[in-house]
Design a protein around this ligand. Structure first.
Ligand SMILES: [Zn+2]
Length: 241
């Protein structure tokens, strides 16, 4: 029984390690969100720069068209006979020139905006690169923590065999079947008074007597193996359920 308790103690430690192995990588989840936000930030800045470039090209195209139109009007001027027609054409040309001046002004402010945008983009890229490097560093730390936990578990698993060799075959089979069924926690628990140390249900008197006499019995309610603590030498700590 002592050896079985020692085996259980070891198995509970292994179980705790396995749980950590599941929990540790979850710390990385928040970084995925952070990374996504950072790249979205850069994308938005790049998008704004592209929009300005596009608008600039549109303005340039518009100016070109208006110059062509002015050229046509100038040709028409040469053939015009009536005074009103002449004045109307000059008015049209004037209107086109005003529009060209507006577009040219817009191009200048676009260029200023673009310079600012590009400078900000460069700054942001630098900052984001630093943040990503920091995230990578933290991820590596987490990976290190994980491989440490795996190593610990493997070291504990390597210690099982000597205990297994010493445990009575029937008890070992019962124990292993229970551990296989139960997801976690102790399966070998002390009887407290006449109640199960796992589920706290009262054990039938006859069974309780047999346990007091040194037998190991399965609890009829939860199936955990019950033993009497007086039957275990004192150097083994009884596990809590
Ligand atoms: Zn029970």
């Amino acid at each position: 029984l002592e050896h079985l308790l020692q085996l259980q103690e070891l198995d509970l430690k292994i179980e705790a390690c396995s749980k950590r192995e599941v929990e540790i990588p979850k710390q990385k989840n928040k970084f995925d969100v952070q990374k996504k936000n950072l790249s979205a930030e850069i994308e938005a800045r790049e998008e704004a720069c592209k929009k300005l470039e596009l608008e600039q090209r549109e303005c340039e195209g518009d100016i070109e068209q208006r110059h062509a139109q002015i050229g046509k009007y100038n040709e028409q001027l040469l053939g015009v006979k009536k005074n009103e027609e002449y004045t109307a054409l000059l008015h049209e040309i004037d209107g086109q020139k005003k529009q060209i001046a507006l577009k040219e002004e817009r191009i200048i402010s676009i260029m200023v905006e673009m310079d600012e945008g590009k400078a900000r983009l460069a700054e942001d890229k630098k900052r984001v690169a630093e943040e990503l490097a920091d995230i990578d560093r933290q991820c590596k730390e987490i990976d290190g923590e994980l491989s440490e936990a795996i190593k610990n578990r493997q070291a504990l698993e390597a210690q099982r065999q000597p205990y297994i060799d010493k445990v009575e075959a029937k008890q070992l089979t019962q124990y292993q079947r229970l551990r296989g069924n139960k997801k976690s926690g102790a399966v070998l628990v002390p009887m407290r008074g006449e109640t199960c140390g796992g589920c706290h249900m009262t054990v039938r008197p006859q069974i309780a007597n047999e346990i007091l006499g040194g037998d190991v019995h399965g609890c009829q309610y939860c199936g955990r193996l019950l033993y009497h603590e007086d039957r275990v030498s004192t150097e083994v700590d009884a596990p809590s359920a």
